[in-house]
Design a protein around this ligand. Structure first.
Ligand SMILES: *[C@@H]1O[C@H](CO)[C@@H](O)[C@H](O)[C@H]1NC(C)=O
Ligand SMILES: *[C@@H]1O[C@H](CO)[C@@H](O)[C@H](O)[C@H]1NC(C)=O
Ligand SMILES: *[C@@H]1O[C@H](CO)[C@@H](O)[C@H](O)[C@H]1NC(C)=O
Ligand SMILES: *[C@@H]1O[C@H](CO)[C@@H](O)[C@H](O)[C@H]1NC(C)=O
Ligand SMILES: *[C@@H]1O[C@H](CO)[C@@H](O)[C@H](O)[C@H]1NC(C)=O
Ligand SMILES: *[C@@H]1O[C@H](CO)[C@@H](O)[C@H](O)[C@H]1NC(C)=O
Ligand SMILES: *[C@@H]1O[C@H](CO)[C@@H](O)[C@H](O)[C@H]1NC(C)=O
Ligand SMILES: *[C@@H]1O[C@H](CO)[C@@H](O)[C@H](O)[C@H]1NC(C)=O
Ligand SMILES: *[C@@H]1O[C@H](CO)[C@@H](O)[C@H](O)[C@H]1NC(C)=O
Length: 777
């Protein structure tokens, strides 16, 4: 059988091949046949290794992981030649190299801390959706696994007071290690494990100054995402600076959490600069999580570049999860607003974009001329009530710093203490981290600092808890402040202390950083799938870290604010957990479909979703729209897909061996016909007809009619024009015919670009809506 070999691509890159003599490769065989005991599987993996290695000992020493539960494969240290030999074997689906900094957690490097309210975005829905939580019994029977960088188990968000016994189906463990023993698991945190072999093979032994050799979180990210999914309701919590006061809660407050720590610090780099997660470690975690019995997986990890399915540890692991009906939610990535930057594009994954919530942390700048400029921060420290001299960073740099675009960015060591002391310094975004710029101003003795957005950030303010009095302003406002500085001899300013303001502006709106479609791995699958809150999100934090993650920031906080698709992913995982509780028999595809077809398209002002700069957003940013868990509980119809459907999908990519018992047809179907809740037709030449099948999960007798909003320049016909369901579980198919109105005007507009439209099935109660994206050949 034909198979895909990523390896051949790698081997043609002489540079890579020569400097990476012996690397970790993952040799992937698909599903297990289910006829072997665990030790026999490992023996088999050894024998494959032995077939390319000189000795038995060498074979044993080279094996990092043998994946034994559902994923059949192993990770081993191989030369390119050995890897190539293994990839020739018939039973091998793919062989791919592990890359050291390919995967990372997807925050935008923003950190701060405020007091507690309900986790944003859930707040409104909880009022309307108390019913949903009750129906789902707050998710108490549902187990959510998180692949992340650990957990701070002492956080009140993870207390298990009043929780019932651990579900009997649970087979996981509480793995002990540094500062983590079995007492740190409880009826809320029911499992914890950590995975280091891939990391340590590359970087050497973990430096325990920087992280715990255990499931404990020394960063904050893992604690944040875990509490967003399933943190308990923690009332009356106030925070450093006292911005907010209220109840903190995860989306499924009684769901059980299982922590799989797979991401670690990068040696020689500050935690602010990111982290790394190795494919072989993630595969081991996913293999365990599936066997442990998780129901939902939340994975806020991705790549900077889109990754082919056969080369993608997350896609492969998630595929095996799908066989057990485990719902997998992943972050879309933070590489927007550039198009085609999505990670986690496999059709069995819910790919989540990020959007804003309707809460601001208002801290304006008052200029010497009396003009007030809007700003936001969650920095607790305050300036005195007086005016301070104001300078632009580029005007107060040390002589060695060249006077170019980066001079105004407050990079480490760039500012002159003589010139900056006692002043408010305006720094621009660009290179470096936001909190790092504050640290530089503080080092130079500045009194305060204004962080100005670059044009790419526009008006999207990501708030931070800076190490000195500060606020952040839009790119337009940064230019206004610069003009003011230029216009006067003695520019002055002050920053008014921040306060929390609700319902300030239309929300949600799409975050500029949220990665965008089209999906370059399979343009026939529209991605992302959905959007959820990811800008300035409050959740629990690790006390082993500081709110900025800066090593010399002594502050310790219990709750913190972060931004990223890392934050939106656990929101959707929580919603999936609630749906799983209400509909335990639904497939993972049905749950995804329910979330997607009921998603919202309007902001709080009743207008179509925009990005944070006010430009109209489209399905390549938000997928089907903003998630609405309450509506998703009763979607009426779902676009279902079985494990076999996914195997058939893989056939179209020449991946024919993923399941031993499954035979690909000679001519695999087009992935355009994959029963997805959305539709993308790239390069349409003339007319295209695709098929979809709906399953009735609503009332027994229901009649649905289609409503179509065709992409402009195209006509869309749905057939049949009525779907008459007589019982629950009944399936009905229909076709969508899209025709390009092939005139010059349309060609000119859409050549290469996409037009967007919608088709909706409506029975008078349920709105089952799908986005469509079409481009011309
Ligand atoms: C471990 O990390 C700390 C802090 O970054 C550093 O000072 C120390 O030298 C590192 N130790 C080793 C053995 O690399
Ligand atoms: C929280 O504060 C409210 C109002 O101050 C009070 O009524 C309530 O008892 C407090 N709850 C807890 C758990 O402290
Ligand atoms: C400015 O100069 C520095 C030092 O030569 C260089 O690293 C940086 O890339 C330059 N920035 C721009 C925007 O040209
Ligand atoms: C400020 O003035 C300097 C020199 O006069 C000029 O180069 C710069 O472009 C001005 N900046 C703005 C924002 O007007
Ligand atoms: C759900 O699945 C369980 C176990 O497979 C089965 O016993 C039950 O009848 C199913 N319920 C429905 C409503 O299909
Ligand atoms: C699959 O294999 C066939 C025959 O070997 C080849 O023609 C086709 O291009 C391959 N398709 C993909 C998506 O790799
Ligand atoms: C579109 O289809 C027509 C007829 O099948 C064909 O002649 C033409 O080359 C196609 N155009 C493109 C751009 O593929
Ligand atoms: C081309 O098609 C578009 C969309 O259907 C239509 O609005 C426009 O009037 C047409 N132009 C011409 C020249 O036919
Ligand atoms: C739907 O099906 C029922 C039962 O088969 C039939 O009585 C009814 O007329 C149908 N309605 C429509 C609109 O086709």
């Amino acid at each position: 059988m034909k198979k895909v070999s990523i390896l051949s691509l790698i081997l043609f890159l002489p540079l890579l091949a020569s400097c990476v003599e012996k690397q970790v490769y993952i040799v992937y065989f698909g599903e297990h046949r289910g006829d072997k005991a665990l030790h026999e599987i490992e023996d088999t993996h050894h024998s494959y290794l032995f077939s390319v290695k000189k000795s038995e000992e060498e074979a044993r020493a080279s094996l990092l992981y043998s994946y034994k539960h559902s994923i059949n494969g192993f990770a081993a240290v191989l030369s390119p030649d050995e890897a190539s030999k293994l990839s020739e074997l018939d039973e091998v689906v793919s062989v791919f190299q592990s890359h050291p900094r390919k995967y990372s957690l997807q925050t935008t490097r923003s950190w701060e801390f405020v007091g507690l309210e309900e986790v944003e975005g859930h707040q409104k829905q909880r009022r309307k959706g108390g019913d949903l939580l009750l129906k789902a019994r707050y998710g108490r029977e549902v187990i959510v696994g998180l692949l992340d960088n650990g957990v701070w188990p002492e956080s009140k968000s993870f207390n298990d007071q009043g929780m019932g016994p651990i579900p009997k189906s649970w087979k996981g463990v509480c793995q002990t290690g540094t500062a983590f023993d079995s007492s740190h698991c409880n009826r809320k945190l029911i499992g914890a494990r950590y995975y280091l072999k891939g990391y340590e093979h590359f970087y050497g032994t973990l430096n325990t100054t920087n992280d715990y050799r255990s499931p404990r979180d020394k960063d904050g990210h893992g604690t944040h995402t875990a509490s967003t999914v399933g943190g308990r309701r923690v009332p009356n919590t106030s925070a450093l600076g006292g911005f907010a006061y209220g109840t903190a809660s995860g989306g499924a407050p009684l769901a059980r959490l299982a922590i799989y720590k797979v991401c670690w610090p990068i040696p020689g780099h500050s935690k602010v600069d990111g982290n790394t997660c190795f494919a072989e470690d993630m595969l081991a975690a996913l293999d365990d999580a599936i066997a442990d019995g998780v129901h939902v997986l939340s994975i806020s990890i991705g790549t900077k570049e889109p990754t082919p399915l056969t080369d993608d540890g997350i896609a492969i692991g998630a595929f095996h999860a799908t066989k057990r009906n485990i719902v997998v939610a992943c972050s879309a990535g933070n590489n927007g607003p550039t198009p085609s930057t999505l990670s986690n594009t496999a059709p069995w994954i819910i790919t989540v974009g990020a959007s804003s919530v309707d809460r601001d942390f208002v801290a304006p700048v008052v200029l010497g001329n009396g003009i007030k400029v809007e700003g936001q921060t969650i920095t607790p420290s305050k300036l005195e009530k007086k005016m301070y001299p104001l300078v632009y960073a580029a005007d107060v740099v040390v002589p060695e710093v060249p006077k170019n675009g980066t001079a105004g960015q407050c990079l480490p060591g760039s500012l002159s203490p003589e010139k900056a002391k006692g002043k408010i310094v305006l720094c621009l975004r660009g290179d470096g981290t936001r909190v790092g710029k504050g640290k530089e101003v503080k080092r130079a003795g500045g009194a305060g600092f204004i962080l100005g957005n670059s044009p790419a950030n526009g008006g999207e303010i990501t708030v931070d808890a800076h190490v000195l009095p500060a606020t952040a302003v839009s790119s337009d406002d940064a230019i206004r402040i610069l003009n003011y500085i230029n216009s006067t001899k003695n520019p002055m300013a002050t920053i008014i202390p921040a306060r929390t303001v609700l319902h300030t502006r239309p929300a949600p709106s799409m975050a500029m950083f949220s990665s965008r479609g089209p999906n370059v791995i399979d343009p026939n699958i529209l991605k992302p799938d959905i959007t959820a809150p990811g800008l300035n999100i409050l959740a629990a934090w690790s006390e082993g870290s500081s709110p900025t993650k800066l090593e010399d920031d002594p502050r310790v906080v219990k709750y913190n604010i972060l931004s990223g698709t890392s934050m939106s992913c656990p929101h959707v995982a929580a919603a999936a957990a609630l749906l799983k509780a209400i509909h335990p028999n639904w497939s993972s595809a049905a749950i995804r479909s329910a979330l997607m077809t009921t998603a919202g398209l309007q902001n709080s002002k009743g207008f179509p979703l925009t990005d944070t700069t006010g430009n109209l957003a489209n399905p390549f940013q938000y997928g089907s729209g903003h998630f609405q868990p309450t509506k998703a509980a009763d979607p009426g119809l779902v676009y279902d897909a079985s494990y076999d459907d996914y195997l058939l999908y893989l056939c179209s990519f020449n991946i024919t061996d993923a399941e031993p018992s499954f035979k690909c047809p000679k001519v695999p179907p087009s992935t355009l016909d994959f029963n997805y809740p959305s539709l993308a037709i790239p390069k349409l030449n003339g007319t295209m007809t695709v098929k979809r099948t709906l399953t009735n999960v609503g009332g027994s007798k229901s009649i649905y009619f289609p409503i179509v909003k065709p992409p402009s320049g195209f006509s869309v016909k749905i057939s049949p024009s009525v779907l008459n369901f007589s019982h629950v579980g009944q399936k009905k198919s229909f076709t969508i015919t899209v025709k390009a109105q092939n005139n010059k005007t349309v060609r000119k507009i859409y050549k290469g670009g996409y037009a967007f439209g919608w088709y909706t099935w409506f029975d008078g109660i349920h709105v089952v809506r799908s986005p469509m994206a079409v481009s011309l050949a």
